[in-house]
Design a protein around this ligand. Structure first.
Ligand SMILES: NC(=O)c1ccc[n+]([C@@H]2O[C@H](COP(=O)([O-])OP(=O)(O)OC[C@H]3O[C@@H](n4cnc5c(N)ncnc54)[C@H](OP(=O)(O)O)[C@@H]3O)[C@@H](O)[C@H]2O)c1
Length: 332
């Protein structure tokens, strides 16, 4: 992989590994042995940036990374997230300074590391002024426990308030061909302040690949069951749009996932993508996207085929939407 981009205090390969689904999210996760194989293969393929969170597997994802990546720790850039954790088996957003500091101490222990390269506030807890939450993270920087601070799913206005307290090195929000709302403001705001933009769910949680998921087969623990786009009548409409994607990828001589990741990396030099996978072949496919240059004509055609005007359904349910702060595209 040839493309390196700035993320916090390091240059990382433009395709990182999102580690969430090694512990939860899309149905039963892989065994620890299989998850460890994915992580080690990613290192072998040249991936340097790994994305986890205290939330994922309620701590087990960080423990997995801590154990498997320990031998390579010095060569890697590891990001985790605080401010959303599992309490009593439930997901809880808590941005109080004391909670954030406690979570970071827990993350350090689970990740088997003395310092976290990048720590995001996973969600802005709207009960707590953003300045207070960022102040707590700034204290952790001063104590040498984290190197850089990030935010996830925030608006440009919230980013500006946070950045006034402490340098924000990165914003991580959903961004892909079918989730364009960061184009309203936050993508440009990260560029303006010199922060990286880390695109999560860059493959549309499986939609932007050659093998889109089959929602009728989702297990009850698959978080996509609650997402309107994967529900009818939206899913059938979205599949009809998807039908033209394989031909575009074939014309460019690459896979659907590579075409869609290539489109993301073309959106700006401060973009980094963190696709997630439980499958070694998919890992190779995704990592390969970091060294491919997609022809401009293919990018144009793709850009017109899949965007917020051609996609049907909201990305989140109303209750999840309430938890985030990112600007939304006008309703179609
Ligand atoms: N900050 C936040 O709030 C937030 C929220 C969500 C996610 N994230 C981060 O973003 C990372 C990635 O997001 P994500 O996992 O939600 O979505 P994603 O990367 O868009 O898609 C993952 C899905 O696509 C499939 N897939 C991956 N590569 C493929 C390929 N080459 N061909 C065919 N199918 C492929 C995977 O199935 P297989 O396992 O079969 O490959 C999986 O079902 C997460 O791991 C997490 O680190 C952050």
């Amino acid at each position: 992989m040839s493309t390196k981009r700035r993320l916090g205090n390091a240059d990382v390969y433009a395709i990182g590994l999102g580690c969430m689904n090694l512990s939860h999210a899309y149905g039963p996760p892989p065994s620890t042995t299989d998850a460890a194989k994915i992580l080690r293969s990613a290192v072998d393929l040249g991936v340097t940036h790994f994305d986890t969170a205290a939330l994922y597997g309620f701590g087990s994802n960080e423990s997995l990374l801590g154990e498997v990546l320990a031998p390579f720790r010095d060569q890697l850039h590891i990001a985790t997230k605080c401010g959303m954790t599992g309490v009593g088996g439930k997901r809880v957003i808590d941005g109080r300074p004391e909670s954030l500091k406690r979570t970071i101490e827990d993350s350090l222990r689970r990740l088997h590391t003395d310092v976290i390269d990048l720590c995001y506030l996973h969600r802005w807890d709207k009960q707590i002024p953003i300045e207070d939450s960022i102040g707590a993270l700034a204290d952790m920087v001063a104590e040498g426990k984290i190197l850089a601070i990030g935010l996830s799913e925030v608006s440009a206005a919230t980013l500006r308030r946070a950045h006034a307290v402490h340098t924000i090195a990165a914003v991580q929000s959903e961004y892909s061909l079918w989730s364009r709302n960061v184009e309203v403001a936050i993508l440009e705001e990260t560029r303006r302040i010199g922060a990286a933009f880390v695109a999560f769910s860059p493959l549309g949680r499986g939609y932007l690949t050659g093998t889109p998921p089959v929602p009728s087969l989702f297990s009850p623990s698959d978080i996509r069951t609650a997402m309107p786009r994967f529900q009818e009548p939206h899913w059938s409409l979205n599949l009809a749009v998807h039908a033209k994607l394989p031909a575009l990828a074939a014309a460019a001589g690459i896979s659907c996932a590579q075409l869609c990741l290539g489109w993301l990396l073309s959106r700006g030099p401060h973009l980094i993508a963190i696709p997630g996978t439980t499958n070694i072949n998919h890992l190779h496919d995704n990592v390969g996207a970091g060294s491919i240059s997609v022809p401009a004509e293919s990018l144009d055609q793709l850009d017109k085929l899949i965007d917020f005007t051609t996609i049907s359904g909201a990305r989140y349910s109303n209750s999840t939407q309430y938890e985030i702060d990112t600007e939304e595209m006008p309703v179609q």
